[in-house]
Write a protein that binds this ligand. Sequence first.
Ligand code: SF4
Length: 223
Amino acid sequence: MPRSYVAEARKRVGPKKQRIRPIVERLAVEHADARIALTFRSPLELLVSVMLSAQTTDVNVNRVTASLFEKYRKPEDYLAVPVEELERDIFATGFYHQKAKALRGTMAMLLEQFDGEVPEAFDDLLKLPGVARKTANVVSAERGNAQGIVVDTHVRRLSQRLGLTKQEDPVKIERDLVRLVPREDWARFPHLLIWHGRRICIARAPKCEECPLAPDLCPSTRV
Ligand code: SF4
């Protein structure tokens, strides 16, 4: 897109600080059902589901965890079987070598340092092997204690299209978003963008004519 056109579009929709609340409000109406798509019943199941969700779909993870969580109920259970057995049980989520190693390391640390419970503190979550910022963000947000904003591929694409960030790097995008999005919306904001990205603002062919953010709130609109 030519630079002059981008500047013109930005001027048309106004500053992002003024647009962020109406963006959240309209998306919340459009996607009232937006929530995490992973199925879990406890903080431990949440943590495992998010760890397994790297590089695969939530639907795929749910298919695997439906039986996994019947067999593995406590951190000890992940350490009680040979690693090859755990790898077989999570095979369908992909990257099963790394994921099994991360799960076992995490379970060992939960038992050694956190009385077998998933810690609440964000910094403690980050200590767990294989738990990066994105996983810690998702777990904290789902427990009502959002410490940041989860940035996945949809959040990145939509934040850029909506002119909320010019960054490419997820950490820098998150930095821009936490400055802009009201703290009380940190948990639901990524879900709203993810569902909007799946249903309307699709990567290759955004349905701008159906979008509640067009034309006044989106500088990238095609309508
Ligand atoms: S107007 Fe188009 S580009 Fe902008 S958010 Fe909506 S679908 Fe995406």
